[in-house]
Design a protein around this ligand. Structure first.
Ligand code: HEM
Length: 131
């Protein structure tokens, strides 16, 4: 009986801890979905698919803009890294706009170039803001 109660408590604790970890890692979770959309857009030549993924990507970026990465939470809002985070996402949004404009005018070549710009921004800021 005691053992059952102990097991029950452990399960409860584990569930609570994983729920907290999930909430704490919102940037990571949202970045994962950004990565998924970007990967699909990058791999296809189908402009309709690219447009749909860019719309999802844009939505996720506006979500992640409201969050603070876990490793930057203990820094003041005006710290160099917190500013970099804001700056990088703003840059990404302008590049998404450009990619959407190119895709909407049916220009696959230009859309691909615009997507490559997004990737460069990702690489630049991931390097600067590595957790
Ligand atoms: C299209 C552009 C981008 C893509 C596809 C992308 C994708 C990803 C992926 C897949 C991860 C790893 C998630 C994991 O650990 O499983 C990640 C992490 C991260 N990204 Fe991005 N990212 C992009 C742009 C950016 C930009 C512009 C910034 C900052 C200005 C940024 C900041 C971060 C940070 C801080 C993490 C670490 C989160 C954490 O573990 O707490 N990303 N990103």
């Amino acid at each position: 009986m005691k053992k059952t109660a102990l097991l029950f408590c452990s399960v409860l604790l584990a569930t609570a801890l994983s729920a907290t970890a999930q909430a704490d890692n919102e940037v990571k979770t949202t970045m994962k979905s950004i990565g998924k959309s970007f990967g699909t857009a990058e791999k296809t030549d189908d402009l309709a698919v690219i447009k749909a993924e860019l719309a999802t990507l844009r939505e996720s970026v506006t979500q992640v803009q409201k969050l603070v990465p876990e490793h930057l939470k203990n820094q003041p809002a005006d710290s160099a890294d917190r500013k970099l985070y804001t700056e990088g996402l703003a840059k990404l949004l302008t590049q998404i706009d450009a990619a959407q404009a190119a895709a909407n005018s049916g220009k696959l070549g230009e859309t691909k170039v615009a997507l490559a710009n997004l990737k460069a921004t990702r690489n630049e800021y991931h390097k600067k803001l590595k957790p």
